[in-house]
Design a protein. Sequence first.
Length: 343
Amino acid sequence: MHREDSTFAISTATPDQQPHPGRVAVVAIGRNEGQRLERCLASLPIDCTCVYVDSASTDGSVELARQRGAEIVELDMSVPFSAARARNAGFDHLRKSEQPFDYVQFVDGDCELASDWLHTGAASLDANPTVAVVFGRRRERFPERSVFNWMCDREWDGSPGEVRECGGDALIRVNAFEAVRGYDDSIIAGEEPELCLRLRRASWRVWRLGSEMTLHDAAILRFGQWWRRTVRSGYGYAQCAYLHHSKEGRLYVRETIRAFIWGFFIPIVCLAATFSFPNFGWIIFGVYPAQLARLIGRGEGTFRERTVIAIFQIASRFAEVAGQIKFLRHRLLGLRGHIIEYK
């Protein structure tokens, strides 16, 4: 996530100023999350209104959520599924109820909320009327189980302050969310930054707090899972760049161009040089070791950590290009995208 410099300072509330959880409603989304969903729902305050949006689970998730007291929305899967569509459906269900609420906490079904997060987040929104979104630290539950989980935990980390975007877990001001008409249902990845872009265009702010928010279980244990997740990111980059490429508010244009250069253009040039000049054309492939050294040099952490991250950064460009190609094919054929699952 991108950090934004600002002189704006966020205010916090003392414990006796913290709002009652009843002013906050929760929308949880999931598909076949099983025990992860059970932990998610168990972490919510007893008196908190919760809607669980299910996407054709076959593991008993709906019944589990119903037993936990959640209101249930089951998506019509004849329409392409996206997390954005699920979150909007949950929010729409909440708005049909007579219970008023000021803020909505969106949470993925594989995440467990920190015990004091709803109080902390709501108090910050109360004290800062120009802030539309607050979120805190998301941590991986099992970062030691795989290098992919560990990289996710690094991905979630960031300095507190005003930022350009949030992730899937976030506490959002209801009137701001409604003013921009919620998430874009058509976006299958990157829907949260796209929402934040529209909020910022409407003069709202997005803020990362230094508080614990959620414990996430990515459960990415195999390379194939990581690859599919990264393909999805590439699809989202291309889709968001297509929707928002003007100078007034670009989104993921740089990331899309970067992936195209390193994952498509440079490999084509290298192959062309190798076939054209077999004796020495292959030398141009040395641009990748050079890029690896550059990424290691500018990274953070131990040498081993920087090396691992740099290797996967380079590999990710090829997966992202695969996602871009998938998006372009959908655009050319007039097809609507559907979520790329990795679990």
